[in-house]
Write a protein that binds this ligand. Structure first.
Ligand SMILES: CC(=O)N[C@H]1[C@@H](OP(=O)(O)OP(=O)(O)OC[C@H]2O[C@@H](n3ccc(=O)[nH]c3=O)[C@H](O)[C@@H]2O)O[C@H](CO)[C@@H](O)[C@@H]1O
Ligand SMILES: C=C(OP(=O)(O)O)C(=O)O
Length: 422
């Protein structure tokens, strides 16, 4: 399996320009199934999750091309209603295809996605939402069969603001008859981007970004062209890379409200962040300050997808920080790997841990446990003058486009060793 060898100690600084958000493009790609026409999407990141989703769209009969950040999907002739098991089992988030599939077809069959490294990740809320809209669901030997007995607007009240369940509910409701009202919807910016994409193709969705979303069903949708929003998590990760190595970073394209939950914590650690000309400028702290408590929560709280990277930052702080992961039950797997690199981390409970800053980290061979945990290890390695080897980087490649090239351009000494799987 491929790995990175990082010889740290260099400042990570300069200008950063990166493509759109993984968590926005994946539901948008699912939404392309609905218009029975062409979708042209710009600013699409070249990451393995996008290529995986392309395979899923092609497997149902869509014609897809991707080049230089532009994705074109023609879903006119899509006609396969069963999603092959290998896809859903490999990429858990492919479950967001379910709402769009049943919005378009009378029947769809998809495998149960199961858990993943960061938690069990059930889909009960997705299924309850679809049932509310009139979809009959049969769960059978690991498969979910959805029958469109009817598709009618209704009231959906989520007991937890799940991002994926909110997206699936919107996707299914777009072509329902009547009005769907979603209460306690997730408020993540990526849901707003999905709304904007759908409305450009003729849907009537309003309220995304708040906890109440209303969808008025429409009969027909049309061709659409759209630009994906910047990736707040990838940007936040590079901001920490600079802050940790005493570099200045200029990011050319950000949405301030998307960045604030992250910027707020980085300021507490001593960073200076200024928004200007549509981008931002980060100046590193002279001394990294510890943050008393970092508790992840749904947007606009501190994102769970930045927890591991912020933890690396705190391993080199001047005091004690407590991290409380409230979204996923198993999202501390990077702790053991960071400890191998010399971090001082103690578990208080399964989802609360305490980090006491150390003066420096040391090199070792480590393994990416998951996507963001892997990014956290890259950040740690950037501070270590000796060579650190990070394996299982396929996790990182799910969500970071060309991380080795971007970091090299910003001053890092990072080598990717490709090992082709036999
Ligand atoms: C592709 C994508 O956008 N992924 C993001 C999305 O994942 P995803 O959409 O899977 O995350 P959810 O918001 O659904 O999950 C949050 C919590 O709700 C639980 N839950 C969820 C659905 C359900 O039916 N039942 C249930 O119990 C989950 O197990 C988890 O504990 O939001 C997460 C939370 O911001 C992010 O970390 C992921 O990067
Ligand atoms: C957990 C993440 O993604 P996914 O939901 O695709 O696994 C993530 O982006 O950090």
């Amino acid at each position: 399996m491929s790995k990175y060898i990082i010889k740290g100690g260099n400042k990570i600084e300069g200008k950063l320009s990166i493509r759109g958000a993984k968590n926005a493009i994946l539901p948008i790609m699912a939404a392309t199934i609905l218009n029975e026409s062409v979708s042209i999407i710009h600013n699409v990141p070249d990451i393995s999750d996008v290529h995986f989703m392309i395979k899923i769209l092609e497997s149902i009969g869509c014609k897809v091309s991707y080049s230089d950040g532009t994705l074109i999907v023609d879903s006119s002739f899509a006609d396969q209603v069963e999603i092959e098991e290998c896809y859903v089992r490999k990429m858990r988030s492919s479950i967001i295809i379910m709402g769009a599939m049943i919005g378009r077809f009378d029947y769809t069959k998809i495998s149960y996605p199961g858990g993943c490294a960061i938690g069990s990740r059930p889909i009960d809320l997705h299924l309850k939402a679809l049932k509310k809209l009139g979809i009959r669901i049969e769960e059978d030997e690991g498969f979910i069969k959805c029958y469109k007995d009817s598709l009618e607007g209704n009231i959906i009240n989520f007991e937890f603001p799940s991002v994926g369940a909110t997206e699936n509910a919107i996707l299914a409701a777009v072509k329902a008859t009547g009005i769907t009202k979603i209460y306690n919807a997730a408020r993540e910016p990526e849901i707003e981007d999905l709304q904007n994409f759908l409305n450009k193709m003729g849907a009537k969705v309003k309220g995304a970004g708040t906890n109440y979303i209303e969808i008025e069903g429409v009969k027909k949708l049309r061709r659409v062209e759209h630009d994906v929003i910047p990736d707040r998590i990838a940007i936040g990760t590079y901001m920490i890379a600079s802050a940790l190595t005493n570099g200045k970073l200029e990011v050319d394209n950000v949405v301030i409200s998307h960045m604030e939950p992250i910027s707020d914590k980085l300021r507490s650690a001593g960073c200076e962040i200024e928004y200007k000309n549509g981008g931002l400028l980060l100046k590193p702290p002279s001394k990294i300050k510890s943050i008393d408590l970092v508790r992840t929560s749904p947007h606009p709280g501190f994102p769970t997808d930045m927890q591991a990277q912020l933890m690396t930052f705190m391993t080199l702080s001047d005091g004690i920080s407590v991290f409380h992961e409230t979204i996923f039950e198993n999202r501390f797997m990077h702790c053991a790997e960071l400890t191998r690199l010399g971090a001082n981390i103690k578990y208080i409970t399964e989802n609360i841990c305490m980090i006491k800053g150390v003066e420096k980290l040391r090199s070792a061979k480590v393994k990416s446990p998951d996507l963001r945990g892997g990014a956290a290890l890259v950040l740690a390695a950037l501070t270590i003058p000796q060579e650190t080897e990070i394996s299982n980087i396929y996790h990182i490649e799910r969500g970071y486009e060309n991380i080795e090239d971007i970091l090299t351009r910003l001053g890092a000494n990072i080598l990717k060793i490709e090992e082709i799987e036999k």
